[in-house]
Design a protein. Structure first.
Length: 479
């Protein structure tokens, strides 16, 4: 039987039923033509019904099986029961043949085995259904264990509540978060542990019960068993039944107390930095302004170079004050937004650079909306950066892009891995020569203030290329 069972499984359980039913049906219709089969008068009808009836049942079962909840891989179980019953009856008949003489053996064989096959079919269906339920339960249990492992592994608190806002499931992380045991939490009201919530709980449940019932995130303050307050971020979503009704809700809760504390400290630090920068700028502007006034009264006859250096030094200090304000106050520091001729501003910035051996090639022919002072700072920082890293005889180009402009050079370029870090405040490779690491940081901040996109690439000449896109611009008539 083991070989037969494997053969049935390999072929197809449903196909075996259909084949067995076909054999019996063929015999029920064509038995009068089978050699050696002679029945007494009146028994031909009984023989046809008792063989044909089970045959039809087997054929119907083969058609009906795919429409039941029996797993397809268990169809062979039904077939094995049918054929097994046939085998049992055959065994009984063979035994009887040794001890008695039967009349019309062929007919008796088909009658008894057909009836036995139906009995086997019934037993097989019950067995297959039982195994289906067992395997489905086993798979469900395995799936539940997987989900339970996931729920218990994550560090965030997870809970499920019913329509009465009672906990029906909590993981250990949530229990640890509020300082209660899981046994104490299960069955208790969820509001018991909520001190304050961004959205009222009734409004929350109404919102989650709407058609747009996707996950929603809220801020809440939780009370712990020790009386502490935890700032939490809760993401809630409904668990719908098959009919679409939202009965239970699942929540994922994260302790954001430390994160919020860091954000508050960072905000306070930024406010102090802003206040300090404003105070420092205010205190420095007065002596700088006085120095500029007196430097204009110096006689240039004795040492004109010294007078020029003093004037440039004061102008540079004033520029650094503007740069510092942009880095700390961002958009608040940029008051003007007017049309500026890009080429003219680039030339003004170039005139402030001490690089007699370097070359500037300007092909830009647009006007953009910006503050001319800050735009000149931008160009001067880029030019000085090119001369610093590209050499005294570097060639710098300023040109148009479809939505902005670029500044490129033929120097050594910037490696791909450093193209983001160069914009960080304080990053410099020229500290020994007075580099502050603020020049490119100022450029990124100014681009952000204006809403420009700033990206570093490799120029066609192999050097660095700073591209500014999404720039408000107009075609210039200055040529």
């Amino acid at each position: 039987m083991g070989y037969l069972a494997r053969a049935i499984t390999r072929v197809d359980g449903r196909g075996s039923l259909l084949a067995l039913g076909g054999i019996y049906l063929a015999f029920a219709i064509g038995w009068p033509f089978v050699p050696g089969v002679v029945l007494d008068p009146g028994t031909d009808f009984v023989a046809g019904v008792t063989v044909g009836g089970p045959a039809l049942i087997l054929l119907m079962a083969g058609y009906w099986l795919p429409r039941t909840d029996i797993r397809p891989d268990l169809f062979a179980t039904v077939a094995r029961w049918c054929i097994g019953a046939v085998g049992v009856i055959l065994g009984i008949l063979l035994f009887i043949m040794f001890v008695a003489t039967l009349t019309n053996v062929i007919v008796n064989v088909f009658i008894l085995t057909a009836l036995a096959s139906v009995a086997g079919l019934i037993m097989g269906v019950h067995d297959a259904k039982a195994k289906t339920r067992a395997r489905n339960a086993e798979e469900k249990q395995h799936e539940n264990e997987r989900y339970e492992t996931i729920v218990e592994t994550v560090s965030d608190g997870i809970f499920v509540s019913d329509r009465e806002n009672r906990f029906t499931l909590v993981n250990q992380a949530y229990a640890d978060m509020v300082g209660h045991s899981r046994e104490d939490l299960l069955g208790s009201q969820t509001e018991r542990f909520i001190d304050e919530m961004e959205t009222p709980k009734a409004e929350l449940r109404r919102a989650l019960a709407t058609d747009d019932n996707g996950p929603r995130t809220y801020e809440a303050t939780l009370k712990t068993a020790a009386g502490e307050r935890i700032e939490a971020e809760a993401t809630l979503a409904p668990l719908s039944e098959d009919d679409g009704r939202a009965l239970d809700f699942v929540g994922v809760v994260r302790d954001v107390t430390k994160r919020n504390e860091r954000e508050r400290k960072l905000h306070e630090q930024n406010e102090r930095l802003d206040s300090f920068a404003s105070m420092l700028a205010h205190e420095l502007r007065n002596p700088v302004t006085i120095g500029q006034i007196y430097s204009q009264q110096l006689s240039a006859e004795a040492d004109p170079a010294a007078v020029e250096y003093v004037a440039e030094a004061f102008d540079r200090i004033e520029d650094m004050i503007d740069v510092m304000l942009v880095l700390t106050r961002r958009s608040e520091a940029v008051s003007k937004n007017e049309l500026v001729v890009l080429a003219d501003t680039a030339r003004d910035a170039w005139d402030e650079i001490d690089a007699p051996d370097a070359t500037l090639d300007i092909t830009a022919d647009v006007e953009i909306r910006a503050d001319e002072t800050y735009l000149r700072h931008l160009f001067r920082n880029l030019f000085e950066n090119a001369v610093e890293h590209g050499g005294k005889d570097v060639t710098i180009a300023v040109g148009d892009l479809p939505t902005g402009f670029y500044v490129s050079d033929d120097g050594v370029g910037i490696p791909p891995e450093d193209r983001e870090v160069v914009f960080e405040a304080g990053y410099t490779t020229a500290a020994d020569t007075g580099g502050t690491g603020l020049g490119l940081a100022f450029i990124r901040e100014l681009a952000g203030v204006y809403g420009w996109s700033c990206e570093v690439k490799q120029s066609d000449a192999g050097g660095a290329c700073f591209e500014f896109t999404d720039v408000l611009r107009e075609t210039s008539d200055s040529g």
